[in-house]
Design a protein around this ligand. Structure first.
Ligand code: AMP
Length: 547
């Protein structure tokens, strides 16, 4: 017997129509590439998304055709989120920090028909437009009078010229909720990038999940600053969750430095901010010397790479801001776990709570996860055994775009299919997962595994250290030994010996790095993560001092 409930597809257009009807006067504020602040409402977003949809219809773009963006977090990007997907096309957000050749490769692979870009990225487009063979229309996300006369890009239109005259009424099409809505290529450091292709259903379920109290707890009382880019996994789904809850959105545009972020947080009454640790490090570095405080910010979600304990402590103890550690990946839309305490943990002493808060967190309802050993056997959830982390769920990829027959999934003994995350983790009896490493970053010393994340966390807890990356180097006896590569704070003073001494008592003796390498900077990838492949390349001639 089937249930007798209405069968309505979960479509992204429903979110923006809901936002228009139920909290149309809610604010969306953006720092524009031009430097000024743009301010309008959710009703304006809805109206202009309908204009985008009309413009795409006017170009006779087919259902599922790809419309690409190369853009910062801002209001026009938001309109494309709803206008493109809502009208049945696929929004392809491209990471502008990629090498121009990769941008062209991705645009061709996705067969993008339209590409919309912020003026910051004009030089990239000028370099690659002739190589992007499928793009029929280039659109600059700017006012008509901001479009330079001779850009060399054929047929280039300003966004406002393209959509500004369109009708503001539009009948959103109704279609299968499993239809593709957006896509994002993984930041893959080896081989060609691969695209996760999200659906209206997966995006909607993820948006509900992301808003839950033990996840990001997004509500109509929030003002959210997604510093996490809209070009990287849909800014962790925040634009959608904000539309369905009525939260205010505050977009930082190109201004990711500590000062710009701080000004927006204070100026716009931001209660909740989301980003990767490198961005928060810049914010804290800006605030500390001037004794700056937050007036409304009460929580921040940090993910994308492991959050150093020193950062969680600084936010909690010095600024009274709760830090939620999150874990996920492009292939997971991206949220998999969030770290929020259970009721029984509230009475624990602070340092015991801290041990839990450092973990990546509990699986969100909708994501199932387990750890397996090399032979594929399930490992116990005891917080000690570690193994390869597998996930499954309705917002986890089943395959990559154009992946054809080669499924990335693995089948377990019960016939269930799982996505191997490439992360190595433990899961404790309460379900808290902790990443020990990327499987390719884990250091194997004398048959034992050393977590590079643990080694990095200890280094950045030293007051003189700004950034740290731990990598393994070849060793004749132990196979591999860890070294830690560090960047000192501008006024930081520490010697190699002092830093090695700092490790004593904080980790097992054999896990203490064999050497410290001081550098001016550590390469950061297109999504703000330490680029260890590049670092290994830079240090390829490095020899351990004891050898
Ligand atoms: P991406 O698909 O580019 O978002 O990268 C996903 C990968 O980032 C994951 O598989 C993890 O290795 C890493 N990652 C994401 N969040 C965290 C976190 N909170 N702690 C440690 N690693 C993380």
């Amino acid at each position: 017997m089937l249930g007798l409930m209405q069968d309505q597809p979960l479509l992204i257009s429903n979110m923006i129509e809901y936002a228009d009807r139920h909290h149309g006067d809610g604010e969306v504020v953006s720092r524009r590439v031009e430097g000024d602040i743009h301010r309008y409402t959710w009703s304006d977003v809805a109206r202009r998304s309908r204009q985008v949809a009309n413009a795409l219809d006017g170009m006779n773009l087919a259902f599922s055709d790809r419309v690409a963006t190369l853009a910062w977090n801002g209001y026009r990007h938001l309109e494309l989120y709803f206008g493109v997907s809502g009208s049945g096309r696929v929004l392809h957000t491209i990471n502008p920090r990629l090498h121009p050749d990769q941008v062209a490769w991705i645009a061709n692979h996705a067969e993008d028909q339209v590409l919309c870009f912020d003026m910051t990225f004009l030089p990239i487009i000028q370099a690659v437009h002739s190589k992007c063979t499928t793009v029929k229309q280039w659109i600059a996300l700017c006012d008509a009078d901001k479009l330079p006369a001779d850009t060399g890009i054929p047929g280039l239109l300003s966004y406002e010229t393209w959509m500004g005259q369109q009708s503001t009424t539009y009948k959103w099409p109704v279609f299968d909720e499993n239809s593709a809505s957006s896509m994002c290529y993984t930041s893959g450091t080896t081989g060609n990038p691969k695209a996760a292709l999200y659906s209206h259903r997966s995006t909607t379920l993820h948006a509900y999940a992301a808003a839950m109290p033990d996840v990001m707890c997004i509500s109509a009382r929030d003002a959210i600053l997604p510093v996490v880019p809209m070009f990287h996994v849909n800014a962790w789904g925040i634009p959608y969750s904000a539309a369905l809850t009525g939260a205010k959105l505050v977009f930082p545009g190109a201004g990711m430095d500590g000062k710009s972020i701080y000004e927006l947080i204070e100026g716009e009454g931001v209660t909740f901010a989301a980003g990767v640790p490198t961005v928060w490090q810049m914010l804290l570095t800006h605030m500390k010397p001037q004794g700056l405080r937050f007036s409304k910010l009460n929580r921040t979600v940090i993910g994308g790479s492991a959050c150093p304990p020193a950062m969680i402590n600084a936010f909690r103890d010095e600024y009274n801001v709760e830090v939620l550690h999150a874990w996920g990946m492009t292939e997971m839309s991206p949220l998999g776990t969030l770290c929020t305490l259970k009721n029984k943990h509230l009475s624990l002493p602070k340092d015991e709570q801290m041990k839990i808060l450092l973990k990546q967190g509990r699986a969100i309802y909708g994501v199932d996860m387990k750890i397996i050993d090399d032979a594929g056997h399930d490992q116990p959830h005891d917080g000690k055994a570690f193994g390869d982390l597998l996930v499954r769920g309705p917002w986890v990829v089943a395959n990559y775009y154009k992946g054809e027959g080669d499924s990335p999934l693995v089948k377990d003994a019960n016939g269930l299919e799982w996505f191997p995350t490439g992360d190595v983790a433990t899961i404790d009896a309460d379900g808290f997962m902790q990443i020990t490493d990327r499987s390719k970053d884990v250091i194997k010393s004398g048959g034992e595994w050393i977590s590079s994340i643990d080694i990095e966390n200890i280094a950045v807890a030293h007051p003189a250290i700004l950034m740290a990356a731990c990598i393994g180097v070849k060793h004749p006896k132990w196979d591999e030994r860890p070294i830690v590569v560090v960047v000192k704070k501008p006024d930081g003073q520490v010697t190699r010996e002092e830093l090695l001494h700092f490790y004593e008592g904080k980790t097992a003796k054999w896990q203490i790095p064999d050497d410290v390498v001081f550098v001016d900077s550590i390469p950061i990838g297109a999504t703000g993560k330490l680029l260890k492949t590049k670092l290994r390349e830079q240090l390829k001639d490095y020899v351990l001092p004891t050898l």
